[in-house]
Design a protein around this ligand. Structure first.
Ligand SMILES: NC(=O)c1ccc[n+]([C@@H]2O[C@H](COP(=O)([O-])OP(=O)(O)OC[C@H]3O[C@@H](n4cnc5c(N)ncnc54)[C@H](O)[C@@H]3O)[C@@H](O)[C@H]2O)c1
Length: 250
């Protein structure tokens, strides 16, 4: 267990899957956590599930592509919990698999808006608070093993996640002097609704690329994230936090 007592984080996409596991683990480890995302009911469920944990939760429905909503999510968090220690910019959009030649511009724009511009907005709004506080902090964004080992038919998703990886690398250097650590979460093929929506066939197609031939559980990623958010990792920055059952090895 990591100790996040007294810390405050925002987790986007906190209503389901990896984001929900991250938010719950952080609250269990003592942090106060705002969950932001599109699905208000799911966000409330996440906060309700925190009721027995050391940290408190708050649900703030937020579309991460909208700068005003993102600013309100960050301001609302500081107003409720009195400070901010970081963000996990995890919300992500997926796209139907198709060849590059037949890809829709609308699909490209939607995926880039959520996965890359949405991350930029959440990181920048958080950073402004962290710089003002002057006590360092932690910025995390969810990338993908697909950005390291692309799979055919997923070009917009792969490109958007590749952008996230590079954004975090560059930020780690730019913010090093401010002691603001920047790391990328790299899930392998993980058991969430995003994967299950395509049915067992879709999941087993994903596993074709996984040496261990097993799905990652969201809680495995959450444990690593909690450590990365804690004071036990003061020099962990510019890193890929991979839990991918070997998908990107070799
Ligand atoms: N499941 C996997 O195999 C896998 C693999 C690699 C990376 N990822 C990444 O992990 C992250 C979490 O995905 P997941 O697998 O938990 O799936 P998920 O569908 O459970 O989570 C995605 C979340 O993002 C939210 N979201 C989508 N658009 C949004 C918007 N505009 N504003 C706010 N929230 C929005 C959704 O409501 C949802 O809660 C994503 O960034 C995804 O790309 C997942």
């Amino acid at each position: 267990m990591s100790d996040l007592t007294g810390k405050v984080f925002v987790v986007t996409g906190g209503e389901s899957g990896i984001g929900q596991a991250i938010a719950l683990r952080a609250a269990r480890d003592g942090a106060n956590v705002t969950v932001g995302g599109l699905n208000a009911e799911g966000l409330d469920e996440t906060v309700a599930a925190m009721s027995n944990y050391a940290g408190d939760g708050m649900a703030l429905p937020t579309d991460v592509t909208d700068p005003d909503q993102v600013n309100a999510m960050i301001a609302g968090t500081v107003e409720k919990f009195g400070r901010l220690d970081g963000v996990v910019a995890n919300a992500g959009a997926f796209v139907k698999q198709t060849s590059f030649a037949e890809m829709d511009l609308d699909d490209w724009n939607r995926v880039v808006a959520v996965n890359l511009t949405g991350v930029f907005l959440c990181l920048q709004a958080t950073l402004k608070v962290l710089l003002k506080q002057g006590e360092g902090g932690s910025l995390l964004a969810t990338g993908s093993s697909t950005a390291i080992r692309p799979i055919p038919g997923m070009i917009p998703y792969t490109a958007s996640k590749g952008g996230v990886h590079q954004l975090m690398r560059a930020l780690a250097i730019e913010l090093a002097e401010d002691k603001i650590r920047c790391n990328t979460i790299v899930p392998g093929v993980t058991r969430t609704q995003a994967l299950m929506v395509g049915g067992p066939e879709y999941a087993s197609r994903g596993l074709k690329y996984v040496p261990m031939d097993e799905l990652v559980e969201p809680e495995e990623l959450a444990a690593l994230v909690s450590f990365a958010l804690s004071d036990e990792a003061p020099h962990m920055t510019g890193t890929l936090l991979k839990v991918d059952a070997g998908r990107t090895s070799g």
